[in-house]
Ligand binder design. Structure first.
Ligand SMILES: Nc1ncnc2c1ncn2[C@@H]1O[C@H](COP(=O)(O)OP(=O)(O)OP(=O)(O)O)[C@@H](O)[C@H]1O
Ligand SMILES: Cc1ncsc1CCO
Ligand SMILES: [Mg+2]
Length: 240
């Protein structure tokens, strides 16, 4: 939650981390985008997540799902599939998470939050999931994949060390929500751009880092300092 909120602040967004069921109907309409992350899922938290998604849909707010460790247990998988039925604007997971949602079955080899698959192994699953769910599907990894079920692009910015910092995936999903909030009519473009910008901040941060802890700090600084010229010069997004 710390990294997610600080990444959003660095990018110029304004996070509010709300999980109290009593507040959700009142607060969700005030947002520009809702982000639901099941990382620390409990039976008590799920009804609030479902309610928030429903409120967002009722007031036409975009919302984004991070299905953390979707294949790790039956409870988690069902929760993610139930949330997916509420049609998030975007779902972003790692290769294993997107493949578990596509297959609809628990992954016996799941390592939990970390992926055991390359993003490029999940392209067909992501495309099919986008078609069946109606959501934009993004798969993070060495190449970040984004698809609306027809188009597929790859965003190639980033450094492998990002995997050694917990919640970089959660944070890039939050950034996707912030970018979708800017123009909800272009969620595909917003998702690819957010992934590319986050990866670029990782590259710039890594040039000054000694390891994961300093990369975490430099990543936030780099995101805060990014300008349009740097993004246009170094963003590496292409059709797949
Ligand atoms: N091998 C890699 N090379 C470059 N960038 C990478 C690589 N692996 C992951 N990334 C980047 O790291 C970020 C997090 O992606 P990752 O796939 O690790 O998410 P995740 O598994 O959901 O992470 P978490 O659950 O810890 O939040 C993304 O911006 C992604 O592009
Ligand atoms: C490690 C971990 N466990 C639940 S959420 C989370 C953060 C990365 O997804
Ligand atoms: Mg994750």
């Amino acid at each position: 939650m710390d990294l997610v909120a600080n990444v959003l602040l660095s990018a110029g967004a304004s996070p509010a981390m709300i999980s109290c069921v009593e507040e959700i109907p009142e607060f969700t309409p005030k947002t520009h985008a809702l982000y639901i992350n099941v990382g620390t899922l409990t039976a008590d938290r799920l009804p609030g997540m479902m309610m928030a998604a429903q409120v967002a849909n009722d007031c036409n707010k975009p919302w984004v799902l991070d299905p953390v460790a979707a294949g790790a247990s039956g409870f988690r998988l069902r929760a993610c599939l139930d949330l997916l039925k509420l049609r998030p604007t975007v779902v972003r997971g790692n290769g294993s998470e997107i493949m578990a949602l596509f297959k609809g079955s628990v992954d016996e080899n799941s390592k939990g939050a970390d992926s055991t698959h390359e993003s490029t192994d999940a392209v067909a699953a992501a495309k099919s999931l986008a078609q069946s769910s109606g959501s934009i599907v993004a798969v993070s990894g060495a190449v970040d994949i984004v698809t609306d079920g027809q188009r597929v692009v790859g965003a190639k910015n980033g450094v492998a060390m990002l995997q050694k910092i917990t919640a970089t995936g959660c944070s890039v999903t939050a950034l996707i929500a912030a970018f979708v909030a800017i123009d909800p009519s272009q969620p595909f473009e917003a998702t690819a751009t957010a992934l590319s910008v986050f990866g670029l901040a990782g590259e710039i941060g890594m040039s000054k880092a000694n390891g994961p802890a300093s990369l975490r700090t430099n990543l936030i600084d780099a995101l805060h300092g990014l300008d349009r010229t740097t993004v246009l010069q170094h963003a590496n997004v292409s059709n797949i």
